[in-house]
Design a protein around this ligand. Structure first.
Ligand code: DGY
Length: 300
């Protein structure tokens, strides 16, 4: 285990195995010590499982990633070495969709500025023109990646009176252009792959509607952060809600000072229920492979 997980997970599902638990942030120094003797590895999105690290783990049979995204794992290297890779789909769908709406609402209703005004002690009462946001009713929500989470976000859009346009992998280029051109709020739910890395760069952001809001609760590198900071600073985009970052945990400095940007530390799945579900799924998958059974959520 690269880090401690919510319990009961390891204690119950990996009883009978020797479990070594790493410390948050200590992966680079600890992995070389623990990998040579490990049969299974349970990393989180924070730890990268590279070809070089796999080379230190001749006994490794399974990487049971404690996440639905697997971009932190070199899947090809695992395939080459016959190491099974699993993920944790399903258990974090609704939590991530909820957090996406938190960001959409926080940006469009200027939550940060309102909260800051109260805390500054300078609010002197109701004003007709104070901190006006944007209504969502009748607007268009664009969903880049209509998978499990994208669909859960789209379902919630009905409650806010929004029209939904979405794309899936393999759509013709026109679908992506329509998404850029029509979305008042564009929310990203595609996994990070070579095809989606940098998908929202300066040219794409420029083709988005004037004043549109961009939300990302998927993976940071899908968006080119310096270009996003410029599009926001110039006023072309109306705001952004970001739960993930291109070079996590670093955040582009150009985003930090902007009042119309809401930033969260990768909290999409951060409910007690979802994080426990992820931990239990990952432990179950590791145990299945170690027992010689077929895992339920194999990605490689
Ligand atoms: C995932 O499961 O990939 C999420 O990013 C974790 O919050």
């Amino acid at each position: 285990m690269s880090q401690p997980l919510p319990e009961p997970s390891t204690s119950e599902l990996l009883a009978g195995f020797e479990v070594v638990v790493g410390r948050p942030g200590a992966w680079e120094s600890e992995a070389p010590h623990h990998l040579p003797g490990s049969d299974a590895l349970v990393p989180t999105p924070r730890e990268r499982v590279t070809e070089a690290l796999l080379a230190l783990a001749p006994r490794l049979k399974v990487v049971a990633n404690c996440a639905v995204g697997t971009d932190n794992v070199d899947l090809d290297a695992c395939r080459r070495r016959g190491v099974v890779v699993t993920n944790t789909p399903g258990v974090l769908t609704e939590a991530t969709a909820d957090l996406t709406w938190l960001l959409i609402l926080a940006v469009t209703r200027r939550f940060r500025e309102g909260d800051a005004l109260i805390r500054s002690g300078s609010w002197d009462g109701w004003k007709p023109l104070e901190l006006l946001g944007t209504s969502l009713d009748g607007r268009t929500l664009g969903v880049y990646g209509m998978g499990r989470i994208g669909k859960a976000v789209a379902r919630r859009a009905e409650a806010f009176g929004m029209r939904v346009v979405g794309t899936v992998e393999g759509d013709p280029p026109e679908a992506f252009e329509r998404l850029l051109a029509e979305s008042d709020v564009l929310t990203i739910h595609a996994p990070l792959t070579p095809a989606t890395r940098g998908r929202f760069g300066a040219p794409e952001l420029a083709r988005m509607k004037e004043g549109a809001v961009l939300v990302n609760t998927a993976r940071g590198p899908v968006v080119d952060e310096p270009s996003l900071a410029s599009a926001l600073a110039s006023g072309h985009l109306g705001g952004a809600g970001l739960d993930v970052f291109e070079k996590e945990p670093a955040v582009h400095p150009g985003l930090l000072g902007l009042p119309n940007v809401v930033l969260l530390p990768h909290l999409g799945s951060a409910t007690t229920e979802s994080r426990l579900g992820m931990a239990r799924t990952a432990c179950e998958e590791a145990a299945r492979v170690l027992r010689g059974e077929e895992p339920r959520n194999r990605v490689a």
